[in-house]
Design a protein around this ligand. Structure first.
Ligand code: FES
Length: 229
């Protein structure tokens, strides 16, 4: 598939946002995924051309990170955290249920093309373990049955909201948002840090424990002022 003129213009726009253009490569690769459904050879060439890099340099970056797909992705990316805390609290069982429902394994797309499965690393959401993400929206404290229900509802074409509020929109739409080219008004969608996430900061503040440099231990007003889950 060829890269559209609009996409090329948006790649150039992203490159122009940074003092050193090549710093834009990671968001540019997300934009390529939103256009192509994966990091295609054409997308690699477009990034290389925009940044004055070789295709080998762009490919070296894109193949380093698991978030960049080397083959066409499924309609929805489904991640199940199986790192220590999630695994202990049921993540392995969630993964098995999702794997069985989708009929696919790690880094595979389900036969119907709907679900792209990945055992993901810790999502810094251990307070809400076990977590599943769909198109990088969180499903907190998920059970195997709840995870399968999410996939069933997506397969039926129903609107599905993450447990934090935002609607699951599909892999390509999520990739466009992540690229930063246009947040579709979603930058403030959903909660930020909730009480559970801030619990250790509050506990430290109550005990007068601060950072080594003597700075404030309490959560900042900027963080505390954000919407709570
Ligand atoms: S171990 Fe799963 S979010 Fe941290």
């Amino acid at each position: 598939m060829s890269i559209s003129e609009q996409a090329r213009a948006e790649l150039a726009e992203l490159a122009g946002r940074y003092p050193v253009a090549r710093s834009a490569l990671l968001p540019m690769l997300h934009l390529v995924q939103s256009e192509e459904g994966y990091v295609s050879p054409e997308g690699i060439a477009a990034c290389a051309e925009t940044l004055g890099l070789s295709t080998a340099e762009v490919a070296a970056v894109s193949t380093f990170y698991t978030m960049y797909k080397r083959r066409p992705a499924g309609k929805h990316h489904v991640g199940v955290c199986t790192n220590t805390l999630c695994a202990l609290l049921g993540g392995d069982a969630v993964w098995e249920a999702v794997r069985e429902r989708a009929g696919a394994d790690h880094d595979e797309v389900s036969p119907d093309g709907l679900f792209d499965l990945e055992r993901i690393e810790c999502q810094a959401a251990c307070t809400h373990a076990p977590v599943m993400t769909v198109d990088w929206e969180f499903f907190d404290r998920t059970t195997p049955a709840q995870a399968v229900e999410v996939l069933d509802r997506l397969a039926a074409g129903e609107e599905v909201r993450s447990t934090r509020g935002p609607v699951v929109r599909g892999f390509r739409a999520a990739e466009r948002t992540i690229s930063g080219i246009d947040d579709d008004g979603l930058a403030g969608d959903g909660p930020n840090a909730d009480d559970l996430m801030l619990a250790t900061l509050h506990a430290a503040a109550e005990r007068g424990v601060g950072p080594a440099d003597g700075g404030p231990a309490a959560p900042s007003a900027a963080v505390e002022g954000r919407p709570q889950a």
